[in-house]
Design a protein around this ligand. Sequence first.
Ligand code: G3P
Length: 222
Amino acid sequence: MKLYADSADTAQVVPMLRDGLIRGVTTNPSIIARDGLTRNDLPRLYDEFGAAGADEIFMQATGGSRAELLADASRIADFGHRIVVKVPATPDGFRVARELQQRDVRVLLTAVYSLAQATFAAALGVDYVAPYFGRLVDSGEDGLSKVSNMTQVLSSTRTRVLVASVRSPNAAATLALNGVSHITADVPVLLAMMLDPATEQSAAEFERVAGESSHRSAGTEH
Ligand code: G3P
C-alpha cells in the first residue's frame, strides 16, 4: 500500500513527509491554484518535497496543443529524478505520454474515467493511471466497480492504478478492500485515516492506568 498527499500546501505536506507517513506528493493545476500558487512555484515545491523525503513527486503538464503539452512535460521532467509527469488522458495526452516514456521519463495519465482509457494506457506501458473516484461517483457511475475493474485488468501489466479524488477515510478503506494499492488524498483525509475515537479512548485509558501504577511504585520506593 502506498499513500500520497494530493496537495501543494507545504505547511501540511512537509511534516507528513518528514515523519515518513507518505510516499510522495501529487499535484495538478487545480491544486496549485487552490493553494495560492502558480506553475512558477513548481521547481521550489519539487525541492521542498524532495528535501522532506518524497520518493515520488507528481506534477502535471499543461498545453493547448500536443507540442505545448510535450514542451511543458519536458520542463517538468527536468526538475529531477523524483518526478513523475502527469498528463491528462486525452488523445494528445496519450501521444505525449508515449513520447515521454520513450525518453525514460516516468508518466501518469490522469483524469482517467473509463476502463478503455486505462487499457490503452497499459498497452503503452505507462507507469500509472489515475482514475478520479469521487468524481466518478458524483457523475452517477459505480465508481467502485470501475476502479476495481481497472485494478483487475491492469494487475498483470506494469501500469499501476493510483486512485485520486478520494475524499474520506471510508472511501480509502473501501478502495483498499477492493484491491487498490495506491491512493492519493488531501492531507485532512490522510490524517483522519489514522484516527478512531475508540482507539483514542483506549489510549487515554492506558495512559491513566500507567500513570496510576507509576504513582503507586513511586510511593513504595525507599
Ligand atoms: O487529484 C484529483 C483531485 O484534484 C480531484 O479531486 O476531490 O476535486 O474530485 P476532487
